[in-house]
Design a protein around this ligand. Structure first.
Ligand SMILES: C[S@@+](CC[C@H](N)C(=O)[O-])C[C@H]1O[C@@H](n2cnc3c(N)ncnc32)[C@H](O)[C@@H]1O
Length: 200
Protein backbone atom coordinates (compact mmCIF):
# COMPACT_ATOMS: atom_id res chain seq x y z
CA UNK A 1 0.00 0.00 0.00
CA UNK A 2 1.34 3.48 -0.83
CA UNK A 3 2.07 6.12 1.82
CA UNK A 4 -0.98 8.22 0.92
CA UNK A 5 -3.37 5.27 1.20
CA UNK A 6 -1.86 4.54 4.64
CA UNK A 7 -2.50 8.12 5.84
CA UNK A 8 -6.11 7.94 4.61
CA UNK A 9 -6.75 4.45 5.99
CA UNK A 10 -5.27 5.21 9.41
CA UNK A 11 -7.08 8.54 9.50
CA UNK A 12 -10.52 7.07 8.78
CA UNK A 13 -9.91 4.18 11.18
CA UNK A 14 -9.41 6.77 13.92
CA UNK A 15 -12.27 9.12 13.03
CA UNK A 16 -14.88 6.70 11.62
CA UNK A 17 -17.53 7.18 14.33
CA UNK A 18 -16.96 10.93 14.61
CA UNK A 19 -17.02 11.46 10.83
CA UNK A 20 -20.14 9.35 10.40
CA UNK A 21 -22.02 11.02 13.26
CA UNK A 22 -21.40 14.43 11.62
CA UNK A 23 -22.24 13.26 8.07
CA UNK A 24 -25.17 15.04 6.45
CA UNK A 25 -26.93 11.89 5.30
CA UNK A 26 -29.42 13.45 2.91
CA UNK A 27 -27.48 16.14 1.10
CA UNK A 28 -27.09 14.27 -2.19
CA UNK A 29 -30.23 12.10 -2.22
CA UNK A 30 -31.38 13.92 -5.36
CA UNK A 31 -28.19 12.92 -7.17
CA UNK A 32 -28.58 9.31 -5.99
CA UNK A 33 -32.22 9.28 -7.16
CA UNK A 34 -31.15 10.61 -10.55
CA UNK A 35 -28.46 7.93 -10.75
CA UNK A 36 -30.86 5.15 -9.67
CA UNK A 37 -33.28 6.25 -12.42
CA UNK A 38 -30.58 5.40 -14.99
CA UNK A 39 -30.32 1.80 -13.74
CA UNK A 40 -32.48 -1.26 -14.15
CA UNK A 41 -33.93 -2.82 -11.00
CA UNK A 42 -31.58 -5.84 -11.22
CA UNK A 43 -28.51 -3.60 -11.52
CA UNK A 44 -25.26 -4.23 -9.63
CA UNK A 45 -23.46 -1.07 -8.45
CA UNK A 46 -19.92 -0.65 -7.09
CA UNK A 47 -19.69 2.04 -4.39
CA UNK A 48 -16.05 3.15 -4.33
CA UNK A 49 -14.96 4.64 -1.00
CA UNK A 50 -18.31 3.57 0.45
CA UNK A 51 -17.60 4.85 3.96
CA UNK A 52 -20.36 3.91 6.43
CA UNK A 53 -22.73 2.77 3.66
CA UNK A 54 -25.11 5.69 4.17
CA UNK A 55 -26.35 7.32 2.08
CA UNK A 56 -25.22 5.56 -1.13
CA UNK A 57 -25.38 1.81 -0.42
CA UNK A 58 -28.50 2.19 1.74
CA UNK A 59 -30.30 4.38 -0.78
CA UNK A 60 -29.61 2.02 -3.68
CA UNK A 61 -30.28 -1.29 -1.87
CA UNK A 62 -33.63 0.10 -0.65
CA UNK A 63 -34.54 0.41 -4.34
CA UNK A 64 -33.69 -3.24 -4.99
CA UNK A 65 -30.26 -2.52 -6.49
CA UNK A 66 -27.42 -4.86 -5.56
CA UNK A 67 -24.45 -2.98 -4.07
CA UNK A 68 -20.82 -3.92 -3.50
CA UNK A 69 -18.98 -1.31 -1.45
CA UNK A 70 -15.22 -1.03 -1.16
CA UNK A 71 -13.19 1.07 1.24
CA UNK A 72 -9.68 1.31 2.67
CA UNK A 73 -10.84 1.62 6.26
CA UNK A 74 -11.96 -1.46 8.22
CA UNK A 75 -13.68 0.83 10.74
CA UNK A 76 -15.77 2.47 8.02
CA UNK A 77 -16.52 -0.95 6.54
CA UNK A 78 -17.74 -2.32 9.85
CA UNK A 79 -20.15 0.65 10.19
CA UNK A 80 -21.31 -0.04 6.62
CA UNK A 81 -21.92 -3.75 7.34
CA UNK A 82 -24.07 -2.78 10.34
CA UNK A 83 -25.91 -0.01 8.48
CA UNK A 84 -26.61 -1.94 5.27
CA UNK A 85 -26.57 -5.69 5.99
CA UNK A 86 -27.96 -6.52 2.54
CA UNK A 87 -24.96 -5.05 0.70
CA UNK A 88 -21.53 -6.64 0.32
CA UNK A 89 -18.54 -4.70 1.69
CA UNK A 90 -14.91 -5.46 0.87
CA UNK A 91 -11.64 -3.88 1.99
CA UNK A 92 -9.97 -2.72 -1.23
CA UNK A 93 -7.92 0.25 -2.41
CA UNK A 94 -9.47 2.01 -5.43
CA UNK A 95 -5.93 2.22 -6.83
CA UNK A 96 -6.00 -1.59 -7.13
CA UNK A 97 -9.51 -2.56 -8.16
CA UNK A 98 -9.71 -6.34 -8.40
CA UNK A 99 -12.82 -6.88 -10.52
CA UNK A 100 -13.25 -8.46 -13.94
CA UNK A 101 -14.03 -6.49 -17.08
CA UNK A 102 -17.76 -5.68 -17.52
CA UNK A 103 -18.79 -6.60 -13.96
CA UNK A 104 -20.96 -3.62 -12.89
CA UNK A 105 -23.99 -1.76 -14.24
CA UNK A 106 -23.03 1.32 -12.24
CA UNK A 107 -20.14 2.83 -10.31
CA UNK A 108 -20.51 5.57 -7.70
CA UNK A 109 -17.45 7.29 -6.25
CA UNK A 110 -18.59 10.31 -4.29
CA UNK A 111 -16.58 12.25 -1.70
CA UNK A 112 -13.73 9.74 -2.04
CA UNK A 113 -11.66 10.42 -5.19
CA UNK A 114 -10.33 13.56 -3.52
CA UNK A 115 -8.35 11.31 -1.15
CA UNK A 116 -6.34 9.80 -4.04
CA UNK A 117 -3.34 11.61 -5.60
CA UNK A 118 -4.59 13.33 -8.75
CA UNK A 119 -1.85 11.71 -10.83
CA UNK A 120 -3.76 8.43 -10.25
CA UNK A 121 -7.19 9.71 -11.31
CA UNK A 122 -6.78 8.97 -15.02
CA UNK A 123 -5.80 5.35 -14.35
CA UNK A 124 -8.77 4.96 -12.00
CA UNK A 125 -11.27 6.36 -14.55
CA UNK A 126 -9.89 3.93 -17.15
CA UNK A 127 -10.31 1.05 -14.71
CA UNK A 128 -13.88 2.20 -13.90
CA UNK A 129 -14.60 2.13 -17.64
CA UNK A 130 -13.18 -1.38 -17.97
CA UNK A 131 -15.13 -2.94 -15.10
CA UNK A 132 -18.44 -1.33 -16.14
CA UNK A 133 -20.65 -3.24 -18.56
CA UNK A 134 -21.37 -1.55 -21.91
CA UNK A 135 -24.13 0.98 -21.23
CA UNK A 136 -23.06 1.17 -17.57
CA UNK A 137 -23.34 4.44 -15.64
CA UNK A 138 -20.80 6.39 -13.60
CA UNK A 139 -21.37 8.98 -10.87
CA UNK A 140 -18.38 10.79 -9.37
CA UNK A 141 -17.57 14.02 -7.62
CA UNK A 142 -14.36 15.91 -6.87
CA UNK A 143 -13.37 19.28 -5.47
CA UNK A 144 -13.79 22.45 -7.49
CA UNK A 145 -10.24 23.70 -7.73
CA UNK A 146 -6.85 22.16 -8.35
CA UNK A 147 -5.15 21.41 -5.04
CA UNK A 148 -3.11 18.79 -3.23
CA UNK A 149 -1.94 18.41 0.34
CA UNK A 150 -2.60 17.31 3.87
CA UNK A 151 -4.79 19.07 6.41
CA UNK A 152 -6.36 18.41 9.77
CA UNK A 153 -9.67 16.56 9.47
CA UNK A 154 -11.55 15.65 12.69
CA UNK A 155 -8.20 15.84 14.52
CA UNK A 156 -6.14 13.59 12.21
CA UNK A 157 -3.92 14.34 9.20
CA UNK A 158 -5.87 13.76 5.98
CA UNK A 159 -4.71 13.82 2.37
CA UNK A 160 -6.69 15.65 -0.35
CA UNK A 161 -6.06 15.97 -4.09
CA UNK A 162 -8.09 17.49 -6.92
CA UNK A 163 -7.69 18.58 -10.51
CA UNK A 164 -9.72 21.49 -11.85
CA UNK A 165 -13.18 20.46 -13.13
CA UNK A 166 -11.99 21.04 -16.70
CA UNK A 167 -9.10 18.58 -16.31
CA UNK A 168 -11.28 16.02 -14.51
CA UNK A 169 -13.85 16.24 -17.31
CA UNK A 170 -11.15 15.68 -19.95
CA UNK A 171 -9.77 12.66 -18.09
CA UNK A 172 -13.24 11.10 -17.77
CA UNK A 173 -13.84 11.64 -21.49
CA UNK A 174 -10.39 10.29 -22.36
CA UNK A 175 -11.21 7.14 -20.38
CA UNK A 176 -14.03 6.60 -22.90
CA UNK A 177 -17.11 7.91 -21.09
CA UNK A 178 -19.80 9.99 -22.73
CA UNK A 179 -21.08 12.72 -20.45
CA UNK A 180 -24.71 12.81 -19.31
CA UNK A 181 -24.23 15.73 -16.92
CA UNK A 182 -21.32 17.70 -15.49
CA UNK A 183 -21.33 20.72 -13.27
CA UNK A 184 -20.55 22.28 -9.92
CA UNK A 185 -23.32 21.72 -7.38
CA UNK A 186 -23.69 23.09 -3.88
CA UNK A 187 -24.79 20.37 -1.45
CA UNK A 188 -24.83 20.74 2.34
CA UNK A 189 -23.15 24.15 2.03
CA UNK A 190 -20.22 22.67 0.08
CA UNK A 191 -19.30 22.94 -3.59
CA UNK A 192 -18.31 19.79 -5.49
CA UNK A 193 -17.84 19.05 -9.17
CA UNK A 194 -20.20 16.23 -10.28
CA UNK A 195 -20.11 14.05 -13.39
CA UNK A 196 -22.64 11.51 -14.62
CA UNK A 197 -21.00 9.43 -17.37
CA UNK A 198 -21.93 6.47 -19.52
CA UNK A 199 -19.88 3.66 -21.05
CA UNK A 200 -20.89 3.41 -24.68
C1 LIG B 1 -15.31 11.44 2.97
S1 LIG B 1 -15.56 9.70 3.14
C2 LIG B 1 -17.01 9.49 2.13
C3 LIG B 1 -17.67 8.18 2.31
C4 LIG B 1 -18.94 7.97 1.46
N1 LIG B 1 -18.64 7.92 0.04
C5 LIG B 1 -19.94 9.05 1.76
O1 LIG B 1 -20.36 9.73 0.82
O2 LIG B 1 -20.35 9.17 2.93
C6 LIG B 1 -14.26 9.04 2.11
C7 LIG B 1 -14.15 7.52 2.16
O3 LIG B 1 -13.30 7.11 1.09
C8 LIG B 1 -12.44 6.08 1.56
N2 LIG B 1 -11.24 6.05 0.72
C9 LIG B 1 -10.31 7.03 0.58
N3 LIG B 1 -9.33 6.65 -0.25
C10 LIG B 1 -9.65 5.40 -0.68
C11 LIG B 1 -9.02 4.46 -1.55
N4 LIG B 1 -7.84 4.73 -2.14
N5 LIG B 1 -9.64 3.28 -1.77
C12 LIG B 1 -10.81 2.98 -1.16
N6 LIG B 1 -11.45 3.83 -0.30
C13 LIG B 1 -10.87 5.02 -0.06
C14 LIG B 1 -12.17 6.48 3.00
O4 LIG B 1 -11.67 5.41 3.77
C15 LIG B 1 -13.53 6.99 3.44
O5 LIG B 1 -14.34 5.98 4.00
Amino acid sequence: MNEISKIVEQGYNRIAEDYYSHRNLNKFNNELAEFASLLSIDAHVLDVGCGAGIPTAKFLTERGIKVTGIDLSEKMLSLARKNVPSAEFIKMDMNKLEFNESTFDGIVSVYSLFHVPKEKHSEIFKKFYKILKPGGNLLINTGVSESEGTSNFFGVPMFWSNFSPKTTLNLVKEAGFSIIFEGVLERGGELQYWIYGKKN
